[in-house]
Design a protein. Structure first.
Length: 100
């Protein structure tokens, strides 16, 4: 009878050890999954930050380019007006010479 009790106790200890081992294994897997999930979240955050920075840089470059184009257009208009004035002045001088 004592032998049966001892065997039962031994079986229970083995089952409990196995159960606790499975629990620890599950906890280890959960911990690893959380770690992977956190790493992926960090990577995604970094990628989103890079995209945001790139978008801001691109927008600034676009603004700079538009400002340069506008400045070029203004400069071109000034040169064009000055050239027109010079041509008009030369035409007037030509007419004066023709009259003389």
């Amino acid at each position: 009878h004592e032998q049966k009790i001892a065997m039962g106790a031994q079986i229970r200890e083995e089952l409990e050890a196995e159960y606790h081992g499975d629990q620890q294994h599950q906890q280890d897997q959960d911990s690893a999954a959380r770690s992977i999930s956190n790493d992926l979240a960090d990577q995604l955050r970094n990628q989103l930050l890079q995209v945001k920075e790139e978008r801001e840089r691109w927008a600034k470059e676009q603004e700079d380019t538009q400002r340069k184009v506008l400045n070029s257009q203004v400069q071109f208009e000034k040169v064009r007006e000055a050239f027109k004035k010079k041509i008009d002045k030369e035409k007037a001088r030509s007419k004066d010479w023709e009259k003389a």
